[in-house]
Design a protein around this ligand. Structure first.
Ligand SMILES: [Fe+2]
Length: 632
């Protein structure tokens, strides 16, 4: 007998599927894509980059109008609201579209010219936050010139306006602009995200607001139920257009990020529930409060309890209101998010190993992403890694010279998310969760032997006492180990070039159990492997000494999927061309369960167990033997 929850889940999945089909096959969009760009879905192009905003002209039409309502959002403190937008335009076309702009006054006064010649500035210098085609939900728009659109807005520290454009995305002409609308308190503290601090008994809370420190004092009030609460101050950071490395982050993609606050909640008791809320104390003594949240503190390192870890990469962000192309840019993003949301009681900590919003220099997308993951990140430590879409930019100190970050060069990621790194501009760090020890590397910086990061990786792997923390996990965004992805196979490397050649002796010497990667958007698991050789014939149930590291690609968090090569290697045990994530469950010091779950149904499609004792970790393996002496 199906429960109401099951029926709801089925209905929800069917709705998602129908939604994805609809937005990915919308006639106006697909014809436009084929005619203007000659390409088909899935696309790996940031949708906002398709708008030629610098070519936009103002051509207001006296009979065109855009009406948006309600005028005031979030009257009960909500940070998300639905808005109706009514269009009227006597010369409609299927390529007309509506852009959501914030701040509402998006005229040329905020134009930024790299050349400094203001007279060359275009009419509009800021990309919209998102857009929909005018006929998105009114199929007779082209004949009637009338349509109603629904947008879901999040509180992003400024007001909003909706502009109707003709001329498609390539030759945009503003024909009408709506009235402005706003959240009741645009500056309100929003989207808290938890992360481990540098000490095991420290949780950090990071959030975004519109309050600078000259206006209000940020803090967190927190404590256990029934006890008097503590108050901890927060530090405040922001960044400017000038700290962006190039366009579009420095030009049309720039949007003021507001203020990013981090508070350090210290001396937590292990495995204990805490409540918290964010406050900004204004100078008149009143406090602007966030909602109330709660979290469970982490176990003491080495302490035994049921410990459950979620790992995935490359999730991206997508719009719940169906703003056309977002669902096609990262089509699995909301599917993974919602699967994790439906199972919140059954895991303890999350690792999102790089490529987070794929903002690619359109900074408004960082708010979209922090809002999307807030229901998870506000109650579980949400640990992140640096990906190429956060960091990569030419001549900016990174290892790669590609333009994947859209000019962000790591600045938004390193400010919006706290990680317990010594230097957040070098995004590598270690952290503990009870019986797990994690070494999270930064594949956007040099990891090769002799580099600063290589020395750190060795130190991280060497610093764990395996009788207390038997489960040693390595992770990096790019595939430094093994992958059957088609482009890696074409190169003949089956990995990111220069990856395992430099690191495999460290993984082997320090007996890393599992290494996780994203970047490649699919799932793949290897045998325990060293130097391209499977060192253990078992596939599902490892016991005793494992002999090598198991490498896992888990980059199917939501972005468009990557293809596998048709070459079958001896080391690849399981491949899945779908969205999904991994769950690790440590039952105690001797028993670990690995599960790969698809995002679409949350069911387990691949799994294995490791059962072993401390002596099995100490045992000699190839290139992982401590020296001995015959002296007695
Ligand atoms: Fe990537």
């Amino acid at each position: 007998m199906p429960t109401m929850k099951t029926l709801f889940t089925v209905f929800f999945l069917l709705s998602i599927k129908a939604f994805l089909w609809r937005v990915c096959h919308a006639s106006s969009y697909s014809s436009l894509i084929r005619s203007d760009f000659g390409r088909r879905y899935p696309t790996d192009e940031q949708p906002l980059s398709k708008i030629a905003i610098h070519k936009a002209v103002i051509a207001l039409h006296e009979s065109a109008s855009v009406q948006a309502g309600p005028l005031l959002l979030g009257l009960k403190g909500e940070d998300t609201a639905w808005v109706n937008v009514e269009l009227k335009y006597p010369e409609p076309s299927e390529n007309d579209w509506v852009g959501v702009f914030s701040p509402a006054n998006f005229n040329a006064s905020d134009c930024y010219s790299e050349s400094g010649k203001s007279h060359e500035a275009p009419c509009i210098c800021t990309a919209p936050i998102k857009y929909k085609f005018a006929n998105h939900s009114s199929s007779n728009y082209v004949t009637t010139g009338k349509a109603t659109l629904s947008f879901q807005l999040i509180n992003q520290r400024a007001d909003f306006a909706f502009a109707l454009f003709s001329g498609g995305l390539e030759n945009p002409k503003v024909v009408a602009v709506s009235n402005p609308i706003s959240f009741a308190n645009p500056k309100a503290p929003v989207y808290p995200r938890l992360a481990h601090g540098k000490a095991w008994d420290e949780m950090t809370v990071t959030w975004t607001s519109g309050y600078n420190i000259d206006e209000a004092v940020p803090f967190v009030e927190w404590g256990q139920t029934g006890r008097s609460p503590n108050q901890s101050p927060a530090g405040t950071l922001t960044f400017t257009r000038g700290s962006m490395c190039g366009p579009p982050a420095r030009t049309v993609g720039w949007r003021d990020p507001g203020f990013i606050h981090t508070s350090f909640l210290k001396e937590l008791w292990p495995n204990t529930m805490y409540n918290y809320r964010i406050g900004h104390m204004l100078f008149n003594g009143s406090v602007i409060w966030s909602k109330m949240y709660s979290f469970k503190s982490s176990p003491f390192p080495g302490q035994s309890s049921l410990q459950r870890v979620i790992i995935f990469g490359d999730m991206g962000t997508a719009e719940r209101d169906g703003s056309n192309e977002y669902a096609c840019y990262q089509p699995g993003s909301l599917i993974t998010t919602d699967q994790l949301l439906s199972d919140l009681d059954n895991y303890d900590i999350v690792f999102h190993i790089g490529d987070m919003p794929y903002a690619n220099g359109y900074l408004s997308q960082w708010d979209q992403f922090t809002a999307q993951v807030e229901p998870i990140a506000s109650i579980k430590p949400y640990m992140v890694a640096s990906g190429n879409h956060e960091r990569s930019w030419p001549n900016s100190g990174g290892f790669y010279a590609t333009k994947d970050s859209g000019g962000e060069c790591g600045v938004p990621a390193e400010t919006m998310y706290y990680v317990p790194a010594e230097n957040r501009a070098k995004f590598w760090y270690s952290t503990d969760y009870g019986m797990f020890h994690f070494c999270i590397a930064d594949s956007e910086h040099d990891w090769r032997e002799g580099s600063e990061q290589y020395a750190w990786i060795e130190k991280c792997l060497a610093s764990v006492d395996r009788k207390k923390q038997p489960w040693l996990i390595f992770s990096a965004h790019r595939v430094l180990g093994y992958s059957s992805n088609s482009w890696y196979a074409m190169e003949g490397s089956f990995e990111e070039p220069m990856g395992r050649e430099h690191l495999q002796k460290l993984w082997q010497k320090y007996k890393v159990d599992i290494a996780f990667y994203g970047h490649v958007h699919n799932y793949e698991r290897t045998c325990p492997i060293y130097q391209n050789q499977c060192v253990n014939p078992e596939r599902y149930s490892y016991s005793g000494t494992v002999n090598g590291t198991i490498h896992v690609v888990v980059g199917g968090g939501g972005s468009h999927l990557s293809d596998f090569t048709e070459i079958n290697t001896i080391w690849s045990l399981y491949k899945d061309h779908d969205w999904g994530f991994v769950k690790l469950t440590a039952f105690n010091h001797s028993s670990l369960l690995f599960e790969y779950k698809k995002s679409r149904d949350g069911l387990v499609y691949d799994n294995f167990t490791i059962s072993r004792d401390y002596r099995d970790v100490l045992a000699c393996v190839h290139d992982g033997c401590e020296p001995t002496t015959l002296a007695s």
